[in-house]
Design a protein around this ligand. Structure first.
Ligand code: NDP
Length: 260
């Protein structure tokens, strides 16, 4: 029997306009649900939404919102639900990274990374969970896009001189946040799971020095980087009813990087 991963209603994808998020948005649309893309400052988000909508013949709309702003997130989530379609799922994907030595980092750097990668994920998850609790909707599913860097000590370079300490630790925090939310919201039948990608070719990694890229590829057992589209299937599975008994789990989608 084919494993059909049909989705219903509207799925919010934060950072759904480019990189991994773009492929997540495409896969949600391909699975039959409407997509509400949240973006921060992209100029082409409406065009991206229209393109995905046309490709899969499903309504897709872009909504500007900074995920670090709690009130804006609540407003946008409620607007999506009332004016676009009932929200049934969330992929909290928006994230930012820094590649600087720990000795140079400041409080401002900490805020920049943690505000998006941890607080921003919390904000979006809280806003959709509140919506579902109010409506007594008991099939809500949240998927957080964390990172393999939250699982292990991931040095970026052969000499271990650069570890993206705020980024990596923020991803460990958000993976654990997912488990805590899964536990607390199980009483509302809301599932919360995490996908931890390995090294993916996107804007986040495109400017990394060749030394880092080759080190990462060499240390990935499958011997290559991940295409953004290869992260989507695990997220779609966790969103879907086929994962109805899975909550608080993490799928590590890293080509084997964290094995050793
Ligand atoms: P990109 O840099 O390509 O895209 C980031 C996305 O997040 C953009 O859509 C951006 O919107 C959005 N975003 C950033 N900040 C905010 C904010 N404050 N409010 C709303 N939206 C925001 O990232 P990737 O596709 O590479 O990464 C996606 C996720 O996957 C991130 O969480 C990342 O940490 C994680 N990841 C990535 C890996 C990689 O190797 N690339 C590896 C492991 C995990 P806009 O376009 O408007 O700026």
């Amino acid at each position: 029997m084919p494993l059909s991963l049909a989705l219903e209603g509207t799925v919010i994808v934060s950072g759904g306009n480019r990189g991994i998020g773009y492929e997540l948005s495409r896969s949600v649309a391909e699975s039959g649900a409407q997509v509400a893309i949240i973006y921060r400052s992209a100029k082409d988000a409406d065009e991206v939404a229209a393109k995905i909508s046309k490709e899969f013949n499903v309504p897709v709309k872009a909504f500007q919102c900074d995920v670090t702003d709690q009130e804006s997130v609540k407003t946008v989530v409620n607007k999506v639900d009332k004016e676009f379609g009932p929200v049934t799922g969330l992929i909290a994907n928006a994230g930012v990274a820094e590649l600087r030595p720990a000795l140079e980092l400041t409080r401002a750097d900490f805020d920049k990374i943690y505000n998006v990668n941890v607080y921003g994920v919390f904000n979006t998850a809280q806003a959709v969970a509140q919506l579902w609790v109010n409506k007594k909707f008991e099939k809500g599913s949240i998927v957080i896009i964390s990172s393999m860097s939250g699982e292990i000590y991931n040095t970026c370079a052969p000499n271990q001189a650069l570890t993206q300490v705020f980024y990596n630790s923020s991803k460990a925090a958000v993976t654990h946040l997912g488990k805590c939310l899964a536990g607390e919201w199980a009483q509302h039948k809301i599932r919360v799971n995490t996908v931890a990608p390995g090294y993916v070719n996107t804007d986040q990694t495109k400017d990394h020095p060749e030394e880092i890229k080759s080190y990462q590829a060499k240390n990935t057992p499958l011997g290559r980087f991940c295409h953004p589209s290869e992260q989507a299937p695990s997220a779609i599975f966790l969103l879907s009813d086929k994962a109805s008994f899975i909550t608080g789990a993490t799928i590590i989608n890293d080509g084997g990087y964290t094995i050793w």
